[in-house]
Design a binder for this molecule. Structure first.
Ligand code: ADP
Ligand code: MG
Length: 692
């Protein structure tokens, strides 16, 4: 085997452009690609949807020789190989799902030195002969996807992954490992088992997924809440996560009755039935899967537009991984997580009843607290979420429910002290229902029998009704001031954290909106403006036809994000088409003309009344300039930001009033702080230009 450092056949930026059609790297990608290209051992931890595949595909394309990719799921490997081939990259897979012809073709390509990426199912490594074969085939780099599968900590352990470390040593080539699982135990195990303990370069960053809208809601009538959320997003692919198997089936049924295409999925189903659901989800547009967390790694679909949790997830890590499955293509995705006292009780009980040692249990309670803190957050949720992963955010995100509508808060110290005192005076032996009866002065049989109507706290909380008290207790549980007693079903015990509040040394702020019956639901985010919606539908129809003809999932042709950009920018030539993100050279050749024809055939967007009013005036051309600028910057300079746009009427007023400073610009109706920051400099430059 030759041993000199691999030469670079191609520049990675150039390949990013020409092969994948992407204009820029996502945060973190470039450094990882450079490090892998240099042949250094690498471990990259990036969130789900962060763009890990590209971090090994690009070096594989740019390096000499073959890159071996080990990945745990056959269906996903096959989809990746298809997608790479669509982009004109020589890739093949050796899995048990291959036909004999496919396998022969892979070997022929390998022998001829034509292959750049070889995907291998881990069980293939179990045969010792594979090492020699791979060495002969010229494998120069090993990439391990879902590297946490080598760890026994998590629930995805694959014994065959243990062979990878030996293979690396036998081949003497660098290894690049990728995972979304960040905890320290898993990381240590990956380093020990894949890199024989010799620390690789570790990348742990870029946890933000700005296109995912975050929202939590107290659980009220979960079935109705989920149905409403899904109804408002009809025809868009989504996942609903549920805590139990029975619930997945009931909810899927409910969604079907409401006219949605919905399937259920859980670990108790036969392997074949599960594979069918995975395949259908991957291939069909607009399907909803109602699942337990067993629906996980096998979900690699980039155009999932929403993820809802009907029950509270286990931890922030689990939450982020699950919602992270939405919007991998970078186009907007929405989430909703429901939570209530039952969820908190259940999660606490799971921890208490587990067999883990007590320090571990305490840590797990702490992790649950972090998630509950996120659920009961008072300010920008994303900021709190990223802080948990050690990333600071200077500004509120503008893309979560609390940024959309800041919560109304109040000083909850008095009712919380009343509630704590009611619990203490009754020996910490009662649950929420009875405590609320005492606080609101309800003379129930139980209250009378126990003589609780004689307590000083009896009836002191009449100012709040039962429903409001429930919200107060839920928030108290969320702040970990009271915990269900594992020994006595339903009884609430005060925690240490509550003492300073009870003693009057510390105040507590609660959210009033969480007391309200149901918050008005913001409308689902539209993917494009009304004017562009018909064209987007036509582009999707063309995509579906092309995908069906080849038996591939629609996103393999182009993903949603690419179609959205086509609908907005309406390229009129192949050159202009090449400038759309996601259109690489091969796809341009293969599909460019077909999509250009759809765009050419679409009726031109109607001239907006705002623009019509400016016809013939100086403001007209300026309006058009501003409009073009806001399209170009809709997702920021690097194309990864939150989608922002100004209405036609805002643009008209800017064109007419010609503000000359950012402060003046900020006074135009519709220009918020974030929009000034995004568009301000470019708008002012365009205005200044129009002045000369
Ligand atoms: P992960 O494995 O980290 O969950 P993927 O590798 O599946 O994420 O990437 C998610 C999506 O992001 C894919 O559809 C991919 O095409 C897209 N993507 C990756 N990098 C970029 C980039 N630099 N610009 C635009 N899209 C990208
Ligand atoms: Mg991946």
């Amino acid at each position: 085997m030759r041993d000199e450092p691999a030469e670079r056949a191609l520049d990675p930026r150039e390949a990013l452009r020409s092969v994948f059609g992407f204009g820029s790297f996502r945060p973190g990608q470039e450094e990882i690609v450079e490090t892998v290209l240099r042949g250094e051992d690498t471990l990259a931890i990036m969130p789900t949807g962060g763009g890990k595949s590209l971090c090994y595909q690009l070096p594989a394309i740019c390096r000499e020789g073959v890159t071996l990719v080990v990945s745990p799921l056959i269906a996903l490997m096959r989809d990746q190989v298809r997608a790479l081939r669509e982009a004109g990259v020589a890739a093949g897979a050796l899995t048990s799902g291959n036909t004999e012809d496919e396998t022969d073709a892979v070997w022929r390509d390998l022998d001829a030195g034509r292959l750049k990426l070889l995907y291998l199912a881990p069980e293939r490594l179990a045969t010792g002969a594979m090492d020699r074969v791979l060495a002969r085939a010229g494998v120069r780099l090993i990439a391990v996807d879902e590297a946490h599968c080598v760890s026994q900590w998590g629930h995805d352990f694959r014994p065959d992954y243990l062979r990878i470390g030996t293979l690396r040593q036998a081949l003497g080539v660098p290894l690049a490992a990728f995972t979304a699982t960040a905890d320290a135990e898993t990381r240590d195990e990956i380093v020990a088992r894949l890199f024989a303990g010799r620390a690789p370069r570790i990348f742990l960053r870029g946890f933000d997924r700005p296109n995912i809208h975050l929202a939590f809601q107290p659980k009220d009538s979960p079935r109705a809440q989920i149905l409403r959320f899904a109804d408002a997003r009809k025809g868009r692919s989504g996942i609903v996560y549920c805590g139990t198997r029975a619930r997945t089936e009931a909810l899927a049924q409910g969604l079907r009755e409401a006219g949605h295409a919905a399937l259920s999925y859980h670990g108790g189903m036969e392997a074949d039935a599960r594979r069918n659901v995975e395949a259908a989800f991957q291939r069909e547009d607009g399907l909803i899967v109602v699942a337990t967390v067993a629906f996980g790694m096998g979900v690699d679909k980039p155009d999932i537009r929403w993820v809802a949790h009907a029950d509270l997830p286990k931890s922030i890590e689990a939450y982020y991984q699950e919602i992270g499955r939405g919007g991998r293509d970078g186009a907007p995705a929405e989430t909703l997580t429901l939570y209530g006292p039952e969820d908190i009780r259940l999660r606490r009980a799971q921890i208490d009843e587990g067999l883990a040692p007590s320090e571990r249990k305490a840590a797990d309670h702490g992790r649950l607290n972090a998630l509950l803190g996120l659920a009961e957050a008072m300010g920008c949720r994303r900021r709190q979420l990223l802080a948990y992963f050690g990333e600071a955010m200077a500004e509120p995100c503008g893309n979560c429910d609390l940024c959309d509508r800041p919560p109304d808060t109040f000083d909850g110290t008095t009712p919380v002290r009343m509630a704590l005192s009611a619990a203490l005076r009754t020996g910490e032996s009662f649950g929420v229902g009875h405590l609320i009866d005492i606080l609101t002065g309800s003379l129930t049989d139980k209250v009378r029998q126990r003589g609780h109507d004689g307590l000083p706290t009896f009836g002191v909380g009449r100012e709040w009704d039962k429903r409001q008290w429930q919200a107060i207790f839920r928030q108290m549980m969320g702040h970990d001031l009271v915990r269900p007693d594992p020994e006595r079903h339903g009884a609430l015990r005060m925690t240490e954290a509550a003492r300073p509040i009870l003693r009057g040394e510390q105040a507590i702020t609660l959210r009033r909106d969480a007391l309200a019956r149901e918050r008005a639901r913001p409308q689902p985010k539209a993917l494009v403006s009304d004017e562009d919606a018909p064209l987007l539908s036509a582009l999707k129809a063309k995509r579906r036809a092309l995908a069906e003809a080849q038996g591939v999932p629609p996103y393999v042709v182009f993903n949603d994000r690419t179609l959205i950009e086509m609908a907005e920018r309406r390229p009129a030539s192949l050159d202009a088409m090449a400038g759309i993100s996601g259109v690489g050279a091969t796809k341009l050749e293969r599909y460019g003309a077909a999509f250009l024809a759809v765009i050419a055939g679409a009726p031109p967007p109607e001239v907006h009344p705002s623009r019509r009013r400016l016809a013939g005036s100086d403001a007209g051309p300026l309006f058009d300039r501003l409009h073009a600028i806001q399209l170009r910057l809709a997702r920021g300079e690097d194309g990864t930001g939150k989608h922002l746009s100004c209405t036609h009427s805002t643009l008209r007023q800017i064109a007419e009033r010609r503000p000359s400073t950012e402060a003046d610009l900020a006074r135009i109706p519709g220009m918020g702080e974030m929009k000034v920051e995004r568009f301000g400099a470019a708008f002012l430059a365009a205005i200044a230009e129009a002045e000369d």
